[in-house]
Design a protein around this ligand. Structure first.
Ligand SMILES: Cc1ncc(COP(=O)(O)O)c(C=O)c1O
Length: 357
């Protein structure tokens, strides 16, 4: 019986050949391939600037820096996400202020943002978790009303759409991740997105030690460069992105059909007027049975994961009851594009077996 893993990068001969060509070219870092990858992403999303970085985390760090967020500032965000979403706020000495999530979408609850705004609030950082877009109309309305900057952590949501517009193009700045498990991958890698020429210019300088020209240091910077090896993979992945996302959406539909009507679980909901790209297919397992189901699936050769077992804030330090409940109930099932119909049937069968017996 083959083991079904939670993720598997989709790599073909094209990626292998592209890497080989870069290795033989002699130009390994931030060269023509990085530029070509950036153009492929900016064209796909319809955004003016896409700036490649070494990871999604470093793209988020540069996003915070480009907005000039500094010690003493507050940034409103979600407690139910990967740690990098908040770490980038802490890197600059600012304070993440947590707003609870909407239990249906697992994303920040837009109705609860306003009550957390103070005179120190500078920005709102939203995360399109699992590939599901946040409620952008409401979020942008609050940002506009209170003159706050908007950052989109789109690490899990490349290709997702809200009312026909691509995620990553709503915020003042946004970040993508191309980590190995993501919908498209370069192994490690990220990208900062913006329509703002000044922030784009500064970001390009910051990612290479503040240099515009070699050894002319304009501002404080870092080594956050992407290699041409990564970019060459990314260019090939971008040619497949629609197919890869569509396969995830199709797998999610099949899984939903097979799992519907089973007591004790709640299936993912897709918010109206959105395209959810199912970076994860995350169910809720009720009645305290989540960990036992995970164990049973593992014994049957199916890997599942808990994204995320704890909130970003220290236990007891804040209160976001919906996020805390989600930490106890969520379970992500395999949904990646390599899965065959029979794999999906096997996953559904094993979930059913556990909950109905
Ligand atoms: C929501 C979210 N934000 C940020 C990141 C950070 O991206 P990276 O791992 O590429 O640094 C990730 C991915 O791991 C993520 O899932």
């Amino acid at each position: 019986m083959n083991r079904i893993n939670i993720s598997k990068p989709f790599m073909g001969e094209e990626e292998i050949e592209a890497v080989r060509n870069v290795l033989l070219s002699g130009n390994l870092v931030q060269g023509v391939k990085v530029k070509e990858f950036e153009e492929a992403v900016s064209g796909f999303l319809g955004i003016k600037h896409a700036i490649a970085t070494s990871s999604g985390t470093t793209a988020l760090h540069l996003a915070i820096e480009s907005l000039g967020i500094k010690p003493g500032d507050e940034v409103i965000t979600t407690p139910f996400t990967f740690i990098a979403s908040s770490n980038c706020i802490l890197y600059n000495g600012a304070k993440p202020v947590f707003v609870d999530i909407d239990p249906k979408t697992f994303n920040i609850d837009p109705e609860k943002i306003e009550e957390k705004i103070t005179d120190k609030t500078k920005a709102v950082l939203v995360v399109h978790l699992y590939g599901q877009p946040c409620e952008m109309d409401k979020i942008m309305g609050v940002c506009k009303k209170h003159n706050l900057k908007l950052i989109e952590d789109s690490a899990q949501a490349i290709g997702a759409e809200y009312k026909g517009q691509k995620i990553g193009t709503f915020g003042d700045v946004s970040a993508l991740s191309f980590y190995a498990t993501k919908n498209i991958t370069t192994g490690e890698g990220g990208m900062l997105l913006t329509n703002n020429d000044v922030w784009a210019d500064k970001t390009r300088i910051r990612r290479q030690h503040g240099q515009r020209m070699i050894y002319e240091y304009e501002i404080l910077g870092y080594n956050y460069r992407m290699t041409d090896i990564q970019a060459a993979i990314g260019i090939e992945q971008m040619k497949k992105i629609e197919d890869l996302n569509n396969k995830r959406i199709e797998n999610a539909k099949t899984l939903a059909e097979l799992l519907s009507g089973i007591d004790g679980i709640v299936l993912p909901s897709v918010a109206p007027e959105t395209k959810h790209v199912f970076h994860q297919y995350t169910i809720r397992v009720l009645d305290g049975k989540r960990d036992a189901l995970k164990e049973q699936l593992n014994e049957k050769g199916i890997q599942s994961m808990i994204y995320y077992p704890q909130t970003i804030y220290q236990p007891g330090s804040e209160s976001c009851p919906e996020a805390e409940r989600a930490c106890k109930e969520v379970l992500s099932l395999p949904i990646h594009p390599h899965l065959k119909k029979e794999d999906i049937e096997r996953i559904a069968e094993e979930v059913k077996n556990y909950l109905e017996n």
